[in-house]
Design a protein around this ligand. Structure first.
Ligand code: CP
Ligand code: NVA
Length: 300
């Protein structure tokens, strides 16, 4: 059993498959209003340095559904107390910690000092919980992820990095279509090149990358913490907006996905995000079920 969930790499392909099956089971139970108190009496500490709608509400609500309790802590790590001290206080009281931090290093430090499982709810580098809910959503709409072509149009950011991690676990093709200079870099990219089970590639031309896509995915051009780069990024990403023309390159069987929050008329047009191919609210819903599966696996 894995101890923390910091990255998709913490799980094998088999464990991920099991987790997604459990997410489906928990979703069925929730919809059927069947009690599923798998974490009764357990408490989750939630340490957030950045804003959140989906992640916060789904973890808190998820703990309630599972018969447990969540405590939300909005803080700036290291300001009032060091990360090691926060970890060694929290782990005396709670059974698991969910954290959203600016720096990935702070997440790793929290996990290394905590004796209870730590779950990554987004860092500047990764967003593994997001892609779990996304994988569940794709399975629902397309039957399976294996054999599909996922095209991420936009920034090689934390969400894309978790997609690159996932590509080393399931056999699907993953393409990043981005402006020059906004590719995913470093170890996550290198590892995807070496270990991806399908075709993994980066290109700069939507006309080259998008045809044949089963999923067209995008995210904001300016992630939390990058606000000073807003003007520069808006200019670079302008030609990469997901609009009707770009969705037509993919075809009408393609899903449109976005982790949300979205900036309409920036990375995606209002027409596409509100259109028939868009599954963005299914993705948001499945954050609840996928994360409940993570909580059960780690804290059950
Ligand atoms: N997609 C996502 O993580 O949303 P929040 O930032 O609202 O949690
Ligand atoms: N890439 C975005 C995702 C938000 C859920 C960010 O980090 O702000």
């Amino acid at each position: 059993m894995y101890a923390d969930f910091i990255s998709i790499y913490d799980l094998t392909s088999e464990e991920l498959q099991e987790l997604l099956d459990l997410a489906d089971e928990l979703k069925r139970k929730f919809r059927a209003k069947e009690e599923h108190h798998r974490l009764s009496g357990k408490t989750l500490g939630m340490v957030f340095e950045k804003p959140s709608l989906r992640t916060r509400v789904t973890f808190e609500t998820g703990m309630y559904h599972l018969g447990g309790h969540a405590v939300f802590i909005q803080t700036t790590l290291g300001e009032r107390e060091t990360v090691p001290d926060i970890a060694r206080n929290l782990d005396r009281w709670v059974d698991g910690i969910v954290a959203r931090t600016h720096s990935h290093e702070a997440m790793l430090e929290l996990a290394s000092y905590s004796s209870v499982p730590v779950i990554n709810a987004l860092t500047d580098r990764l967003h593994p919980c997001q892609v779990l809910g996304d994988a569940q959503t794709i399975r629902e709409h397309k039957g399976q992820l294996e054999g599909l072509k996922v095209v991420f149009v936009g920034d090689g950011n934390n969400v894309f990095a978790s997609w690159a991690n996932l590509a080393t676990r399931f056999a699907f093709d993953l393409t990043l279509v981005c402006p020059q200079g906004y590719e995913l870099k470093g170890e996550v990219h290198e590892r995807a090149i070496k270990e991806a089970k399908g075709v993994y590639k980066v290109c700069h031309n939507p006309e080259e990358g998008v045809p044949g896509a089963d999923v067209v995915y995008t995210d904001v051009w300016v992630s939390m913490g990058q606000e000073v780069e807003t003007a520069k990024r808006k200019e670079a990403f302008g030609p990469y907006q997901v609009d009707r023309r770009l969705m037509e390159l993919a075809g009408d069987q393609a899903l449109f996905m976005h982790c949300l929050p979205a900036h309409r008329e920036e990375e995606v047009t209002h027409e596409v995000i509100e259109g028939e191919q868009s599954v963005v609210f299914d993705q948001a819903e499945n954050r609840l079920h996928a994360q409940k599966a993570v909580l059960v696996k780690l804290m059950g």
